[in-house]
Design a protein around this ligand. Structure first.
Ligand SMILES: [Zn+2]
Length: 86
């Protein structure tokens, strides 16, 4: 049985389940697993791991949607500045 000290000084029993989605331990394990899965991106012409997918291979999700938008914006800005619009 594992116990975890809470910021308020109290102790809480930690769930013994190996898979506790959302726990830092679980995230770490998943990331380690994913980082071993290497794929190749035709667009980037390089390899990427599932833990750090390139912009073309992000799974769907709100945060990734934000990243994609940012990426598109920065790409557009680069083009605009090259053409002297900014
Ligand atoms: Zn890519």
């Amino acid at each position: 049985m594992k116990w975890e000290k809470l910021p308020n000084g109290k102790w809480r029993r930690v769930k013994s389940s190996k898979f506790d989605p959302g726990s830092p331990e679980y995230e770490k394990k998943m990331k380690a697993k994913k980082s071993k899965i290497i794929c190749y991106c035709e667009t980037c012409k390089s390899n990427y791991s599932l833990a750090e997918p390139c912009i073309h291979h992000l799974p769907d999700g709100y945060q990734n949607e934000q990243r994609r938008k940012l990426w598109k914006t920065s790409k557009k800005q680069k083009i605009d500045s090259r053409q002297g619009r900014i």
